[in-house]
Write a protein that binds this ligand. Sequence first.
Ligand code: CTP
Length: 436
Amino acid sequence: EPKQRDLATLLRRRLPADSVQLLELLGNSGDEQGVAVHAVGGFVRDLLLDLPNLDLDITIEGDGIFFAETFGEQHGCRVRPHQAFGTAVVVFPDGRKLDVASTRLEYYDSPGVLPTVERASLRHDLYRRDFTINTLALCLNHDRFGVLLDFFGGQKDLQDKTVRVLHNLSFVEDPTRAFRAIRFEQRLSFQLDPHTEGLLRSAVRAGLVERVGGKRLMGELIQILKEQEPTLAVKRMAQLGLLPCIHTGLRFGPDSEQLFAELERVLAWYQLLYLETPLEPWTVWFLALMDRLDSPQYLEVCQRLMMPERLMERIFGHRHKALKRLQHLRQALGRGQEISNSQLYTLLHGMPLELLLYGLARSGQDELRRLVSHYLTRLAEVKSLVSGTELQDLGVPRGPAIRTMKERLLSARLDGLIASKDEELELARQLIVEQL
Ligand code: CTP
């Protein structure tokens, strides 16, 4: 028998009103269709920890796809079913999403859905999950709204801050759980239960984690690097022997520690610039993680992780060039050399932002950071005001000459030699005369 607890009051206090309303609507639909509806997994875990979590997963005791389609029709949602898994994603008009799963179908002796049979089947479903803290289920049907079902001691482990598998074969069934264990442990400031840690280490020793496919491995790594502060998780990966499962050349030594700490500062600094350029911080962390690898090893990692070509090209293809340019700037600064806006622009323009930030963290030099911030906030978006057609009208021949002319005008603008469009046109005339 599972431990039960009534969370109706708690959830009304902790969740926003529209979330509570959604839970009630789902419960009502369940009542109409005669099926039990439970919120499960991370949503319930985070509700108990009082952490915000808008990703709702529900489990239907019966046909989840039918439930999703009926619910979707009633509430104007789009529904994407996955027949093979018996799951569906419900997309609300405002973009919010809801994942619906079905418990495994079982045969019942009686046609009605008796509570005991119901729970037996839900229990079975939850037993296949990764950790006890993710096995809690919250009933949404009206008569039992807010009743928490705890089959495997999830509440106690939440209290004790413990990440624990449900059975000894958990990592064998799914070795990616090694990464998930670390992710939850570090995100929540929990501890792996010692027996669970032993099982994890055995799975690594047996080469199970090493054999995880590239795409899945990449997915897990990205999720870890997307955490608020990935440093501790990466360190833990090193400690538990997971880094060599990605590439044998990967380490997390004292120099990595320093680089990661510096990168944390750089990313915090970057946020304070409030730029609109989209940035995916995980890619910068990834670069830092790969820092010690040489080019052939780099390529091996990308292949191992089946990294999409575009991403590889965008970030990793330009690594050398970007680092060289930043190095150049650093040396110039070291010599006390003045660097003009146009020089700075020419060096940094077109460089992927991720590489710029990674390079900054690597250099650890405040002066360089000041220059880059000047570039990002003042120079990166500056454009010449004169169009190509206008230059043609002035007599510049079509083709590369237009581009060269525009570059010279832009340089003059960046260095503050001209400001208005008239001045720019005037300078263009002068340059044309000089060239004749
Ligand atoms: N799950 C699992 N084994 C995996 C992946 C997922 O058992 N390899 C289970 C977990 O119990 C989890 C649920 O599937 O609670 C949903 O997975 P996911 O959305 O990845 O987990 P969340 O707990 O919601 O994690 P997060 O807070 O990071 O979204």
